[in-house]
Design a binder for this molecule. Sequence first.
Ligand code: FES
Length: 65
Amino acid sequence: MYICICNAVTDKDIKQAVDEGANCLSHLQERLNVGRCCGACSDAAGNCMDKHMARQFDQNEILSF
Ligand code: FES
């Protein structure tokens, strides 16, 4: 699903960026240019990043037991 129409950034692109170390919106902007045109996608990009990071955290917690 497209998150940033201006820069053709998808949720998969954002998840991959998180997997590669992005952990804040400025990191996503540097890597993907998300939110750097009209800015309408900034909240959705941040939410997508937060949800993926939370999922990673939950999986790591499960694996640590
Ligand atoms: S939709 Fe992302 S910058 Fe415009």
